[in-house]
Design a binder for this molecule. Structure first.
Ligand SMILES: *Cc1c(COP(=O)(O)O)cnc(C)c1O
Length: 464
């Protein structure tokens, strides 16, 4: 017991530690508060281990190390960049679409400066925040008008409120979807003040089902793209073009919630998703989609379609509650500008670039990563394996994109322990585990991130 008391008495005082030369640069680069908290934490940890009877040595050197590492942790942002080794391109938990640096630069410019967000520079008077996007979106999609809100869920809610409040909206039972994050079409409808009129069955809805459901109080027909699942087998759904024809014959707007917001036909890459242009060409009056799914831009809900309906949405009180901010608008405008050229978009929109990467490219990429670590790790084998990537984000759920990954088989720890070590890394590396191996799919990893991964792996598995 007296040994413990002696040790406790020998613990250095907070002031003594703070005044150490070794912490001068930390205090200058951080703040006294943070350093103080780190010192107290480090000393307390030592005190606890002494009290627990552990064989703890009191060494200034190791205390200072502990303080520095605590400072680093305290200074670290909560929302941080991570490396996505999962092969899921639109990973909802990892922030969905990664943006092109040009898009990020446009966002930074709008953030650091004043802008003409709601100012008409030609006339020197108040303008509309929608003006920056409408003409570009119209040019790319062929729509009459466009508006942008905070996200697609908000776009759907606003659309139903503005165009069908207190009225019935006819929807197929096969399309009453739940998207991740509890976006349920029936609940959004309830919130918007429109009433759901379900028609058809889970697997079959015919045009006549819609037609028979139209009554005096019908406000709109709604089609929802079942983006995150497919009903296969004995199925039938009414074509959007037939719904549009029916709606127009009966004087009703036809609304289309597309979810993914694909602007370029990607069927040659196996992505069987409709494009926004196809939705409009089929006759939908209003098409709604996300900015940060297949479009590959910032989080947003984009609405394109007939001017009369979009005007009504812009004027609705809810528009103010879900309006998008200048950072989103700046990023989205730059995104649309890249789309003016298909070739450019396929290369410069990271989501599209990742989808279209071919096997040969991916294999060479994986080999380049392997070359940085092969034969240099102690206690872990790494090899090239063929795997499958996914688009994710509730898009193209049936599609497996053939890819290459590095598979790690650690000998000095379990695969779960390795997964955690990578997750704890300074820049967290998020991996996938399959058949007792840790996988890093190179499709979603940037070439610039290779050195970070290699350094982390070599530090975890030093050669003895
Ligand atoms: C993803 C999705 C939404 C929600 O879009 P957010 O941008 O995430 O709000 C709505 N409808 C469909 C069909 C979707 O796929």
């Amino acid at each position: 017991m007296s040994g413990i008391n002696d040790k406790l008495r020998n613990l250095p005082k907070t002031d003594e530690i703070i005044q150490r030369e070794e912490l001068a640069s930390e205090i200058a680069g951080s703040s006294r508060e943070i350093v103080l908290e780190a010192v107290r934490g480090a000393v307390d940890e030592l005190r606890q281990s002494i009290l627990a009877g552990e064989d703890a040595e009191i060494e200034m050197e190791s205390i200072l190390q502990a303080v520095k590492s605590r400072i680093r942790r305290l200074e670290r942002r909560n929302l941080r960049r991570v490396i996505n080794g999962t092969g899921i391109i639109l990973h909802t938990n990892l922030g969905r679409a990664r943006l092109n640096p040009r898009i990020a630069a446009a966002i930074a410019e709008a953030a650091e400066n004043f802008s003409n967000l709601e100012y008409d520079l030609d006339r020197g008077q108040r303008g509309s925040r929608h003006q920056h996007i409408s003409a570009l979106a119209a040019r790319i999609t062929g729509a009459e008008d466009a508006m942008v809100v905070n996200n697609n869920a908000a776009a759907v809610a606003l659309c139903l409120s503005a165009l069908a409040q207190d009225r019935e909206v006819v929807v197929s039972r096969g399309e009453l979807v739940e998207i991740g994050g509890a976006f349920r079409v029936p609940e959004i409808m309830e919130q918007s003040g429109a009433f759901l009129k379900e028609v058809g069955t889970t697997n079959k809805t015919k045009l006549s089902d819609y037609e028979n459901a139209i009554g005096e109080n019908t406000g709109a027909l709604l089609k929802v793209h079942t983006s995150n699942y497919r009903i296969i087998g004995f199925t039938e759904e009414a074509a959007l073009s037939d719904m549009a024809e029916l709606g127009h014959r009966r004087g009703l707007p036809v609304l289309y919630d597309m979810g993914s917001g694909l602007l370029l036909n990607l069927r040659e890459y196996g992505v069987d998703e409709p494009t926004v242009q196809e939705g409009l060409a089929a006759g939908a009056d209003v098409v709604m989609f996300s900015g940060d799914k297949l479009l590959g831009g910032p989080q947003a809900g984009i609405v394109v379609g007939k001017k009369e309906y979009i005007e009504r949405m812009k004027k609705h009180p809810m528009a103010r509650m879900v309006r998008s901010d200048k950072l989103t608008l700046a990023g989205l405008e730059e995104t649309f500008r890249i789309y003016l050229d298909r070739e450019k978009a396929m290369k410069e929109i990271p989501v599209l670039e990742m989808i279209s990467a071919d096997r040969k490219e991916l294999k060479e990429k994986a080999l380049r990563l392997l070359a940085l670590i092969e034969g240099r790790m102690g206690g872990c084998r790494a090899e090239l394996v063929e795997e499958c990537s996914q688009i994710g984000g509730g898009s193209a759920p049936m599609l497996d994109l053939p890819t290459f990954a590095l598979a790690f088989s650690p000998e000095v720890m379990t695969v779960d322990q390795l997964e955690k070590r990578l997750r704890d890394h300074e820049i967290p590396i998020i991996a996938r585990i399959s058949r007792d191996r840790l996988l890093l799919d190179v499709r979603t990893i940037g070439e610039k991130e290779f050195s970070v991964i290699a350094k982390a792996m070599l530090a975890i598995f030093p050669q003895i």
